[in-house]
Design a protein around this ligand. Structure first.
Ligand code: G7M
Length: 352
């Protein structure tokens, strides 16, 4: 196995040692800020996300018959956005409109201020990923995959970027958070695990974000999915939609889960994102050009032929900081635009 990293220094101690260097990115819409710093001389990235408001959720059953669906009511708790007001200052008012600022009661268990993620030691790949950058739409042909992307994936496999995945699959990392584990030594192919994604605070169901990781390690990404994998994928998808609602007391239903894969993913070991449909996503994580619905993937596998996605041109969004951009995808963009007769510069188009 080889890729284990079980030594985990205390989170608070590490945060305490963080020496700020610069702001990598900040997004007022998602209320997320990413900071670059150092801890013990090595690069560290802290990502802070302001948490959403909490409301208590109570389940009421309609009638007593077996088929009656649960109804959920939100009710105000002591930490909700009105009951929890500790300080209030009006900015101004006009006619029937009033606005001001408030300080809400905070509590580390029930109403924390922010969720902090730390990556340490952060690699240059991490730093570039979190840094503000320009994005481009690229058409990755099967040839471009073979020439540019496949060698990159091989390099990534050798760089130990999957230690966290192996720690979950074969070690005890995050074991207390696992939502579902279906592991059979003699049937690794159908084995998989579901657990909270590190993006989720684990509290607010409206932003439920889980990740399903397969034990199969012959699928690095969407590209490796073949027609023969269709039933395997369908089976996992159905299990996800059966198990996840049951685990959360049907506060979320199967048709309220956005289940998708990323292309390009950050980690080349097949995994599936499971997100509450209410969650608008952070950054571009659930946007077209990055997220592909599992339903679409399963359907496409019927039509792509035996080699599946290996024969498909895949269009997606990539940042200029991604290594793949400079390793040749930048040239692919110009090549594809040229092939399709689309001018790259606006002043070339007559009549505008
Ligand atoms: O873009 P890609 O499909 O590779 O997304 C990987 C997902 O894995 C992201 O949603 C990350 O937030 C999530 N993730 C990354 N790491 C390093 C961890 C981890 O250590 N634990 C968990 N639970 N999720 C992670």
């Amino acid at each position: 196995m080889g890729e284990f990293s079980s030594d985990s220094e205390d989170f608070a101690t590490l945060i305490d040692k963080f020496q700020f260097v610069k702001v990598l990115d900040s997004n007022p819409q998602t209320k997320v800020i990413s900071l670059l710093g150092t801890i013990e001389g090595k690069d560290a990235i802290i990502t802070a996300e302001k948490t959403h408001f909490v409301f208590d959720e109570t389940v009421h059953r309609r009638g007593s018959d077996e088929d009656s669906k649960p109804i959920f009511y939100h009710c105000e708790g002591e930490y909700s956005c009105v009951n929890g007001i500790e300080e209030l200052k009006q900015i101004t008012n006009n006619d029937i409109y009033y606005w001001g600022l408030s300080v809400l009661r905070q509590n580390i268990e029930y109403n924390p201020t922010a969720k902090l993620n730390l990556i340490w030691p952060a690699t240059p790949v991490h730093v570039k990923k979190y840094e503000q950058q320009n994005f481009h739409l690229v058409k990755e042909t099967p040839e471009a995959y073979k020439n540019i992307v496949e060698p990159y994936i091989k390099e990534m496999h050798n760089k130990g970027r999957l230690a966290w995945v192996n720690n979950i699959l074969y070690g005890d990392a995050e074991a207390d958070r696992v939502v579902y584990k279906d592991y059979k030594e003699d049937n690794k192919k159908d084995s998989f695990i579901i657990l909270p994604d590190m993006k989720w605070d684990g509290n607010n169901l409206e932003s439920l974000y889980l990740v399903a990781i397969t034990y199969r390690n012959d699928i690095s990404s969407l590209r490796d999915l073949k027609m023969s994998d269709r039933d395997w994928l369908k089976n996992i998808y159905n299990k996800i939609r059966t198990i996840v609602p049951a685990c959360y007391n049907y506060a979320v239903h199967p048709d309220e889960l956005r289940v998708f894969v990323h292309y390009q993913p950050s980690y080349y070991h097949f995994h599936i994102h499971i997100v509450n449909i209410k969650h608008p996503g952070l950054g571009n994580g659930i946007s077209t050009g990055k997220a592909i619905l599992l339903d679409e993937v399963i359907d496409m596998l019927q039509y792509l032929g035996p080699e599946g996605y290996m024969n498909k041109t895949i269009t997606y969004v990539i940042g200029e900081n991604h290594d793949l951009w400079k390793r040749g995808l930048d040239k692919e963009v110009s090549k594809e635009l040229n092939k399709e007769g689309v001018p790259k510069l606006p002043n070339i188009v007559e009549g505008f």
